[in-house]
Design a binder for this molecule. Structure first.
Ligand code: PEP
Length: 252
């Protein structure tokens, strides 16, 4: 048993208007306050930027963290539509997701940019949830581990520690598709990520490595039991209180 406390993170993506988002956050806060035992994991909600301040308000002092889904690498300036890491921290965020495959694809984000964003997040006092993952074609070519390790080499700055950085392994072909990676493949990839972390960082054994890709209540326990899987990054199933709580409850 590792002593890494699991993290279950919900990525709401571009979903939820105000009423739905606040109902979701308050539903989860009620689940937590009504639970007979404290869940065996940390919980993080990453709503759209428009709802972040309100979600922080709804969560109040309950032990659920809130985070952004992206930030810019500059501290401030002429970047229309972007959000600085310090702005997320300023409204009460503790984390920020960086390098999600949807941002890599939709916004052309390279691992070099993600590294700069990760440094900006750290400088603002945020924990960066850095996403890596291979495409289906890369897996079919037998290149999955090389691709993910290459993304880690560039995306993770030297100042990364287990305190300020979480890795999320998300095979691109498993995101939002209902397909999950085979347990043996998850185990192999997380072991490779752990080796990489230990090679590069003194506290590499303490980093949390999340799995993401169609995690739901019915498969969460099996995935969370895999060695070196220290939690989950959850998209679709984070949009329903019962589903997300089911995943939280699968942490034993
Ligand atoms: C995600 O968006 O990071 C994700 C894993 O989505 P889903 O759970 O819907 O596959």
């Amino acid at each position: 048993m590792s002593d890494r406390r699991p993290l279950i993170a919900g990525n709401w993506k571009m979903n939820c208007l105000r009423d739905d988002g606040l109902a979701l956050a308050s539903g989860l806060a009620s689940k937590l306050s009504g639970a007979s035992e404290r869940p065996e994991c940390d919980i993080l909600l990453c709503p759209p930027a428009t709802l972040l301040a309100d979600v922080v308000g709804v969560l109040g002092h309950c032990d659920i963290h809130a985070g952004g889904q992206d930030c810019h690498f500059d501290k401030s300036g002429a970047h229309t539509g972007d959000i600085a890491a310090s702005m997320l921290a300023d409204i009460g965020a503790s984390h920020v997701i960086l390098g999600h495959s949807e941002r890599r694809a939709d916004h052309g984000e390279s691992s070099t940019i993600i590294r700069q964003k990760t440094i900006a997040a750290h400088n603002a006092g945020l924990t960066a949830v850095v996403c890596v993952g291979e495409t289906e074609q890369e897996r079919d070519l037998g290149a999955a581990i090389a691709v993910v390790c290459g993304q880690m080499d560039v995306s993770l700055p030297e100042d990364a520690t287990a305190e300020n950085t979480v890795i999320a392994y998300e095979p691109v072909w498993a995101i939002g598709t209902g397909r999950t990676a085979a347990v043996a493949d998850v185990e192999e990839m997380h072991a490779a990520i752990r080796r990489k972390l230990k090679e590069r960082f003194a506290d590499g054994d303490a980093f949390r490595i999340l799995y993401g890709g169609s995690v739901k209540p019915s498969n969460a326990a099996e995935l969370l039991a895999v060695e070196n899987v220290d939690g989950a990054l959850v998209g679709g199933a984070s949009l329903k209180v019962e589903d997300f709580w089911g995943i939280v409850s699968a942490c034993k």
